[in-house]
Design a protein around this ligand. Structure first.
Ligand SMILES: Nc1ncnc2c1ncn2[C@@H]1O[C@H](COP(=O)(O)OP(=O)(O)O[C@H]2O[C@H](CO)[C@@H](O)[C@H](O)[C@H]2O)[C@@H](O)[C@H]1O
Length: 777
């Protein structure tokens, strides 16, 4: 059933921000370019290239030569010269030409002088500054200084976009710039930003309605006086002025090459001029929400966590500035308190939010710390529907403002050239909040949202009368309302997110096709169909640091070994023997070892293996199953282990090392999933020379081409119905080939291991979607 289940339960309520309207010409992207998206310029037009928009003045511009001063100086100086050159030529991507972005991020950490670099308005220390221990911190992330505010539809007051209480900018109403507001809600009371100390422990009920507290002056409309923050590249990057500030005049052209060489040799970021600020928002992220957990809950074990742990790094490798925002469920050693405190309201309760940060593999990981998330490490989706919804409302409200408030490496991402990537229903409210609070009101005009569907079976369904908890204008209800025979009349968070997102990605093309069918759309098929134009299917990649038999850390002990395509035979044999030994199975190389890894629920079809067990038990095979989830299916695993102890093992639990060892030691991986949006285990299996036997559905059909003995092609075996007899057929052919045609078997393994399953490829495809979103109006 599409309703119910922990992941699908939904929660929530927040502030409706009527808008400040911004005008921030410098960072405004150009109108949609006439050329192909991948060639599209990210920046304002270059005046000398015929652009119509004059570059805004920047602090220090006047003092600078009109063209780059090309100096041959020591490393730091060269970079400064490079930067100046780039800026003078009018590129927003100051990092692009001459040094890689990761380096820039590292450098950025040395010297923290926040500037309004990325913000689509000016900063204000009081407003954007984070106060920790009485100390005012960075002003960088501040929403615009000169905010032009409109009364929201039907209200005489507005809410500023921040949860800060220490903000009181002047207000100006610009009738001409009022957003086109629809049918004002008469009984909707926008949520309120608060500055008082919140009652974090109290269990305030839902939807505490209070009038908004921010004044609005109905003044005539002077043009919005947006002041651009002075942008000082050298300060941002952390380098001194070459040869001037520190008098280091001795640098010569001989030192480590010249600027010209630097310019000519460095290819720049892979993303080229498409470099963007990307914020990935999700409820799970490997390894923090995965490794070492003793999980007994159905929904926590996620491919979602794997994706969120890996995709951002691949995007960062392409040169994007990338942040991941996840809740802080436990104490994560890598992350440090940034000393920033904000207050947000969720379901009528004021909640304090802290931010923890880690910079790993070129990615900023920001962990949202709030009482609602704490100690949920083993129970991310626990609690009743309203509790979960409340957590997700809070999370999305906080996440959408992170680019203003969290100065990673000293500089906030800001809201220009920014795209959010939200994942599944948990964060489907983010595109809604982005639109309802900000973009409808002229704020964050250059921010886009992409929503990724990993699993549409969980949607955040709830009764319509809980809609007010989400703190949205009443006319937004129509985006949530849905009727289907299973759920009846209800409010559906995923539905609203899909409609509001600028772009949507599903994790395979096959799954996208299925989503448009009544059987595969879980009630959302009509919405998927009508939004088809903005949906792309992109198969997940795999993290080659985590899932690579050559470097797999879980294969370095207990008799296992790392191996590659070159050492496949010996390596796999050794891993297989080690697995048999570890699990107390007879150590035999000639017996085919079958594996299953996954959540024990209806989706993964482990019960189909159960139905096929009489046949399997009659074969000369060994079977190892690893999973946790539904109690009856866990009992089934234990039962089969007892009943067929000489050949079957059923490991109930969550063990990352065991998942890796099964993937390496097994000959065959069985995936009889009833539906599978993408599936990661079959990808991991192929990378380890383990042959997949899968139900041809969703991403499994896309990624496992059936073996063709005549053409010597294919990667595994598929079956077309999720039924035991079909599985048995496919397994029969598979085992036959294993026993009688070792060369064919070896060919399947080699083809599987030789594929490019990396995230780098998938990240390139994601980037294309991000660029489409960017130029979409
Ligand atoms: N007991 C256990 N012990 C250790 N590790 C375990 C485990 N059970 C599962 N895992 C691991 O968890 C991950 C699950 O990956 P799936 O693709 O099956 O994810 P899931 O169905 O949750 O995610 C959804 O999102 C992903 C990502 O988009 C889609 O691939 C998928 O089709 C969709 O259903 C794998 O890394 C697997 O090894």
């Amino acid at each position: 059933s599409p309703g119910g289940g922990r992941r699908r339960a939904w929660v929530g309520s927040p502030p409706f921000h009527a808008g400040a309207s911004l005008k921030f010409p410098f960072w405004a992207p150009p109108p949609p370019p006439p050329r192909a998206p991948r060639d599209a310029s990210v920046v304002r037009a270059e005046p000398e290239a015929g652009g119509t928009e004059a570059p805004p003045e920047r602090s220090g511009d006047a003092a600078r030569a009109p063209r780059a001063r090309r100096r041959t100086v020591s490393c730091g100086r060269r970079l400064c010269a490079c930067a100046r050159s780039v800026m003078d030529r009018g590129f927003i991507h100051f990092l692009k030409p001459k040094f890689n972005f990761v380096r820039a991020q590292q450098v950025r950490r040395d010297h923290v002088q926040p500037v309004g670099r990325y913000v689509s308005g000016t900063g204000n220390a009081a407003r954007g500054g984070a106060v920790a221990g009485g100390e005012t911190k960075s002003a960088v992330a501040a929403p615009p200084l000169s905010i032009v505010k409109f009364p929201p539809p039907g209200y005489g007051t507005i809410i500023l976009p921040s949860g800060d209480g220490d903000v009181a900018p002047g207000t100006v109403v610009l009738p001409a710039m009022k957003p086109p507001l629809q049918s004002p809600a008469t009984d909707f009371v926008p949520p309120v930003s608060t500055s008082k100390t919140p009652d974090t422990e109290g269990n305030v009920g839902f939807a505490e309605k209070r009038p908004a507290e921010v004044d609005v002056e109905a003044a005539p409309p002077p043009a919005p006086a947006v002041q651009e923050a002075a942008w000082d590249f050298n300060t941002y990057i952390g380098f001194d002025e070459p040869g001037e500030a520190k008098g280091d005049a001795g640098a010569s052209a001989d030192e480590a090459g010249s600027f010209e060489n630097y310019e000519n040799n460095d290819p720049g970021p892979l993303a080229g001029e498409n470099v963007m600020n990307v914020i990935v928002v999700a409820a799970e992220c490997s390894p923090w929400c995965k490794t070492g957990m003793d999980i007994t809950l159905l929904n926590i074990i996620g491919g979602l966590g794997d994706v969120v742990g890996a995709l951002p790094k691949a995007l960062a490798r392409r040169g994007h500035r990338v942040m991941v925002v996840v809740p802080r469920y436990g104490d994560y050693a890598e992350a440090f308190d940034m000393g920033i405190r904000k207050y947000y309201k969720a379901a009528g309760q004021d909640l304090e939010v802290n931010y923890f940060h880690a910079f790993i593999d070129g990615v900023d990981f920001v962990f949202i710390d709030a009482p609602l998330f704490r100690h949920r490490q083993d129970d991310i989706y626990g609690g009743n529907r309203q509790e979960i919804m409340k957590r997700m409302i809070l999370f999305c409200k906080v996440a959408v403002e992170v680019p203003w408030h969290v100065p990673c490496g000293g500089v906030c991402y800001g809201d220009g050239n920014l795209v959010f990537i939200a994942n599944d229903w948990h964060t489907a409210l983010l595109p809604v909040y982005l639109k309802a609070y900000y973009r409808d009101n002229g704020i964050m005009q250059y921010t886009r949202s992409v929503l990724v569907i990993h699993n549409i079976a969980h949607q955040g369904r709830g009764p319509v009368d809980e809609f007010p908890y989400m703190d949205l204008p009443e006319h937004y209800l129509q985006h949530f309302e849905l009727y289907d025979p299973v759920g009846g009349e209800h409010a559906n968070i995923f539905a609203a997110g899909l409609k509001m997102a600028d772009r949507v990605i599903t994790v395979s093309r096959g799954y996208l096709w299925e989503l448009k069918t009544v059987e595969g759309g879980w009630g959302l098929h009509d919405i998927i169909r009508s939004n088809d134009w903005k949906i792309n299917g992109i198969v997940n990649g795999i993290d080659h640091k985590e899932w690579n038999p050559e470097v797999d850390v879980h294969l370095r002990s207990d008799g296992y070994t790392n191996y590659s395509l070159q050492t496949l035979d010996a390596g796999k044999r050794q891993c297989k023997a080690a697995l048999q030994r570890e699990l107390g199975l007879e150590v035999r190389d000639d017996v085919p070892l079958l594996g299953f890894i996954g959540r024990l629920d209806g989706q993964k079809g482990v019960d189909i293996i159960g139905d096929a067990m009489p046949w399997i038990a009659g074969q000369d095979v060994q079977l190892v199953m690893l999973g946790t989830g539904r109690a009856d299916l866990e009992r089934m695993l234990q039962h089969f282990e007892r009943e067929h102890h000489s050949k079957v093992r059923g490991w109930v639990g969550f063990s990352v090392p065991m998942a890796h060892r099964i993937t390496a030691g097994a000959d065959v991986l069985v995936m009889p999933s009833r539906f599978e949006p993408c599936g990661l285990n079959q990808l991991y299996a192929m990378a380890y020379g383990t042959v997949p036997v899968v139900h041809a559905v969703g991403g499994l059909r896309d990624t496992v081409a059936p073996f063709d003995p005549f053409a010597g092609a294919g990667l595994g075996w598929t079956f077309d119905r999720a039924e035991a007899n079909k599985l048995i057929d496919a397994l029969g052919h598979c085992l036959d080939t294993y026993r009688k045609y070792p060369e064919s078997w070896r060919g399947i393994q080699e083809r599987g291991m030789s594929q490019d399953l990396s995230w780098d490829h998938a990240a390139e495809l994601y980037e294309e979607v991000l660029v489409k979103a960017k130029y979409q109006w």
